[in-house]
Ligand binder design. Structure first.
Ligand code: GLY
Ligand code: MN
Ligand code: MN
Length: 481
């Protein structure tokens, strides 16, 4: 990513020939050329760097087993799994690089991976030879070292060498310039069968992945604590929702890699917009604020947690009524979760509660039973339009390319990690609901691991009953502070 370092915009000096090797998409005209004295000396005077070959990282063995599974499923085919490129944000400024999830899952290379890398399976004998191609660092005799803001070591810091990565990941490596594409290559995101296979490979998590999921949840819990502890300054700011986002971002960056998705900080009626990420509103005392946020670790595993919090620390009577109905729906989904249950049972259990509470409150235009008829009903979905659960892992919506019969139509198995996230949303201008409900949006979202013995709520430590949420706000905002 080209950013800082150019000290002027005059561009008056002739560019030396080497500097003309700057990539064509750089803003060459704004840049200073290099004088001969610089060019004569820049490659010299640097200490030797001993290359330390690391032991294979913890996840290398699991990644090797996954590669074996891929190899076995595609005999004779040449497979290409790209890490993906930088994505331009504007001009010569890119978004932070984030490797393709399948690439990371099959290599173990995560936040430290190199853009434009390729994992390549070449058919060999009964299986494949697998090679990781990437642009290793140029040595200090090349213009890349000092003149390329995108990848030059002088600009972005040291980049890895082929033998170091080979040792770290337990993989054969080669320079990206040695890769030759073949006409029959199967490329992920282009070949549907390969894309499906690697997505389904992530449906069950291994012990390392489960430990990363718990860690992602724990760091996210710290981020939620940060938000609650900062409520006074959040209330004070005219764009308090942005303060929420920023407080969480600080935790995500300091203790993880980034957020796994854009934080939703939705105060008052904004909570009814399911993916409110504009986050430009005020946070008013007396309102609820819905916060849906998750830290992505350096391993790229992410949490996905929602809590809905009374800004002044106390639920009103109607807030509490709605909140506890949503919690009852979440608890019903959790109770329906067991090995062998259908994934769709979670949704059915949550909707059952939602429909009955809406009936109790006189909001449903039909009976709960009629509303729960999937062919002729579903009136309750006006107030909870989204589903109750999705798989979670390296992607927030993990395994999204899995076949429907293995996802919504599939069964819950030990090792699966998924959300339970019912909600109720009464839009501010929804004339079908009594006035006291309008503008209230509540979602409670937890991250669940299925074990042999039943479901385990990885996020149970984050307060989730109405009473516990009130106690949480009070604990982190002592009156004498
Ligand atoms: N944060 C997006 C979701 O809950 O699915
Ligand atoms: Mn979710
Ligand atoms: Mn969420």
């Amino acid at each position: 990513m080209a950013t800082t370092g150019d000290t002027d915009d005059l561009g008056t000096t002739e560019l030396a020939p080497e500097a003309n090797e700057i990539p064509a998409n750089s803003s060459v005209n704004r840049r200073q050329g290099f004088g001969q004295g610089f060019l004569d000396t820049i490659s010299t005077g640097w200490a030797e760097r001993p290359e330390i070959l690391p032991a294979p990282r913890e996840q290398a063995a699991a990644a090797a087993r996954r590669r074996d599974a891929v190899s076995g499923a595609f005999p004779g085919a040449r497979l290409v799994i790209p890490a993906g490129p930088y994505q331009v944000r504007s001009n010569d400024t890119d978004y932070p690089f984030r490797a393709h999830s399948a690439f990371s899952h099959l290599t173990g290379w995560a936040s430290d991976s190199v853009p434009d890398s390729l994992l390549v399976f070449d058919p060999a004998g009964d299986g494949h030879d697998v090679t990781l191609f990437f642009r290793e660092r140029a040595d200090r005799t090349t213009p890349e070292f000092y003149a390329d803001p995108t990848i030059g070591e002088f600009w972005i810091g040291p980049r890895p060498a082929l033998d170091g990565v080979a040792s770290d990941l337990g993989l054969a490596t080669a320079h990206i310039d040695d890769f030759v594409a073949g006409a029959d290559d199967l490329v992920i995101d282009q070949d549907a069968e390969l894309t499906r296979f690697v997505s389904e490979l992530r449906l069950r998590k291994d012990a390392y992945e489960i430990s990363q999921m718990q860690l992602a949840v724990d760091v996210t819990a710290d981020g939620f604590d940060d938000i609650v502890a900062n409520l006074p300054r959040i209330i004070d700011h005219p764009r308090g929702e942005r303060v929420v986002e920023g407080v969480f971002h600080q935790r995500a960056r300091s203790d993880g890699n980034w957020e796994g998705y854009d934080t939703i900080a939705a105060s008052g009626p904004h909570a009814c917009y399911l993916h409110w990420t504009r986050n430009d509103g005020a946070v008013a005392s007396g309102d609820l604020i819905l916060i849906d946020a998750g830290v992505e670790l350096d391993s790229l595993y992410t949490a996905d947690i929602t809590r809905t919090i009374p800004v002044n620390g106390r639920f009103s009577e109607v807030h509490r009524r709605v909140y506890e109905a949503v919690r009852e729906a979440a608890d019903a989904a959790f109770a329906a979760a067991r090995p062998g249950a259908r994934f769709s049972d979670l949704n059915a259990a949550a909707w059952d509660v939602i429909a009955h509470r809406l009936e109790d409150w006189g909001i449903l235009p039909v009976s709960a039973e009629e509303s729960l008829n999937p062919e002729t009903g579903h009136q309750h979905r006006r107030y909870m339009v989204h589903g109750t659960s999705h798989h979670l892992g390296i992607d927030v919506h993990d395994c999204a390319q899995a076949r429907r019969e293995l996802y919504h139509g599939g069964t819950l198995e030990p090792g699966m990690v998924f959300t339970i996230e019912p909600g109720l949303y009464f839009q501010i201008d929804d004339l079908t609901v009594p006035e006291e409900y309008r503008g209230i949006g509540v979602r409670i979202e937890d991250d669940i691991l299925m074990t042999e013995d039943g479901p385990r709520n990885l996020s149970a430590a984050i307060p989730r009953t109405a009473d516990d949420v009130e106690a949480w706000v009070a604990r982190l905002n002592p009156a004498d502070r």
